[in-house]
Ligand binder design. Structure first.
Ligand code: ADP
Length: 442
């Protein structure tokens, strides 16, 4: 799978660069590219000011709908990360922007100009691929200057530009080598240099770090972010790695099955995932998502503590976790209930669930918000214990048989596999509608 993706990308890279051999990059304001093409879906003012925009774009390959009704604006100078599992359509979106694919429906704009009918060579974008797509018979210098040659830049100017870009990417001492004499990281730097030297309006980066080992990937992530800060070029970065996405992206756009699920700053997406898919995909370890029915808190009736109050609610240790959701005195707290456990819900959240006429929900709790607690209302058995700098990360089996992640606070008791424990959740849980995965309080 990985190999075939790499091959496809490599061909596309050669095609894009090869195609640009004879023609200069067209000015983004080129009137030939036309104003808004009203044969395509009309674009709003926001699409016109965006560096790159897709409006209602779909792409079908026979029966496969790779991209579905996709609308996204990338702001000038922004580093936007397109994130989603393998096969969700990320590369197709990038290839649609590059012009390597044509939309079945919808409009693609670059710099406010519709480019649906503009050749890849005439779009002012540069693509960088996981496979590097370097020419093996050319030296590093020749590889980097290739796009400048195709644009017929004078030799002296080419030399200056290559030297400048090579300096910025620590490639100066490697300029006479062939790609086979470079490490993976160095090859990826050359591929980046080749994209940068063109000074395009936008960089399109398709999983550029996937072939690198973990340590190098970390370093290159930092380098790419620094490079973006220095150049300020609009960039769309595709990855299936949510850690990469959330550490690098100014905004992340999460995709699933061809559709855009949510766009926003990484923290905003993490804190308020729009649906159960995003909730489970963004965050490491992933959010626990537990099917439950809505009911009255069992422990409320037996006198356990309520969220932020005394008397009503379930499984809430207000002394230990004082920042929990508040329940006003006298209000009955509900709970999300499943085999062997319940999670207290604030009256506000219960009201929202009722408004949607739901009697079942998907409860989302991040492992960092689920803790062993002798007074907890969730019974579980410890399956796996991982010691992480100062705390224990636990995998616990619920009464339902589901495995959930939890974390044991530093300095507390040490947990062992097979131990029966109780857990309680910190903060208000996320709730999703089981019928469509939508966030209940959206
Ligand atoms: P991602 O980049 O998220 O891994 P892709 O955009 O490569 O996903 O692919 C999205 C879907 O479209 C997948 O189901 C893939 O098999 C299909 N697809 C991509 N390119 C083609 C093609 N040229 N022909 C047929 N199906 C394709």
């Amino acid at each position: 799978m990985l190999a075939s993706r790499a091959t496809t990308s490599g061909d596309a890279a050669n095609g894009a660069d090869g195609a640009s051999r004879d023609a200069p990059v067209r000015d983004r304001g080129d009137p030939d590219a036309g104003p808004l093409d009203h044969d395509h879906e009309p674009a709003g003012a926001k699409h016109l000011t965006a560096a790159v925009a897709l409006v209602g774009v779909s792409k079908r390959y026979g029966d496969v709908e790779a991209v579905r009704d996709f609308t996204l604006e990338v702001e000038p100078g922004e580093l936007l990360v397109l994130l989603g599992p393998s096969g969700c359509g990320k590369s197709t979106v990038l290839r649609l922007v590059a012009g390597l694919e044509h939309p079945s429906e919808g409009t693609v704009l670059i710099g406010g100009t519709v480019v649906n009918d503009v050749d890849p060579k005439d779009r002012d974008v540069a693509m960088v691929f996981q496979s590097y797509a370097l020419y093996p018979h050319l030296s590093v210098r020749q590889n980097i200057e290739f796009p400048l040659r195709s644009r017929r830049a004078p030799a002296r100017r080419r030399r200056e530009l290559v030297d400048e870009v090579a300096r910025g990417l620590q490639l100066e001492r490697l300029l006479d080598r062939k790609p086979a004499q470079l490490s993976g990281g160095q090859r990826q730097r050359v591929a980046l240099a080749r994209a940068i030297v063109r000074r395009p309006a936008a960089f399109l980066l398709d999983e550029p770090l996937s072939n690198l080992d973990a340590q190098l990937r970390l370093e290159m992530r930092a380098e790419l972010v620094e490079l973006h800060a220095r150049l300020g070029t609009t960039s769309i970065y595709v990855t299936h790695d949510q850690v990469e996405a959330t550490t690098m992206g100014q905004r992340i756009a999460v995709m699933h099955e061809g559709r855009l699920q949510q766009v926003g700053a990484p923290r905003a997406v993490y804190e308020r995932p729009a649906n159960a898919f995003v909730a489970g995909f963004v965050g490491h370890p992933p959010m626990n998502i537990v099917p439950a029915r809505i009911g009255t808190a069992e422990l409320a009736r037996t006198g356990a503590r309520a969220p932020g109050s005394a008397g009503a609610g379930a499984g809430w240790d207000a002394e230990r976790y004082p920042s929990g959701p508040s329940a006003r005195a006298g209000e009955s707290a509900g709970a999300a209930i499943f085999a062997g456990g319940e999670i207290a819900l604030s009256p506000e959240l219960v009201a929202r669930v009722r408004r949607r006429n739901l009697d079942h929900v998907l409860v989302g709790i991040r492992p960092e918000d689920l803790h062993p607690d002798p007074k907890g209302a969730v019974s579980a058995t410890v399956s796996l214990v991982e010691d992480v700098a100062g705390y224990q990360q636990l995998s616990c089996r619920l009464g339902t048989g589901q495995l959930v992640g939890a974390s044991a606070i530093a300095g507390g008791p040490v947990f062992r596999t097979g131990e029966a424990i109780t857990l309680s959740a910190l903060g208000e849980p996320h709730l999703f509608d089981p019928s469509n995965g939508e966030r209940v309080d959206s």
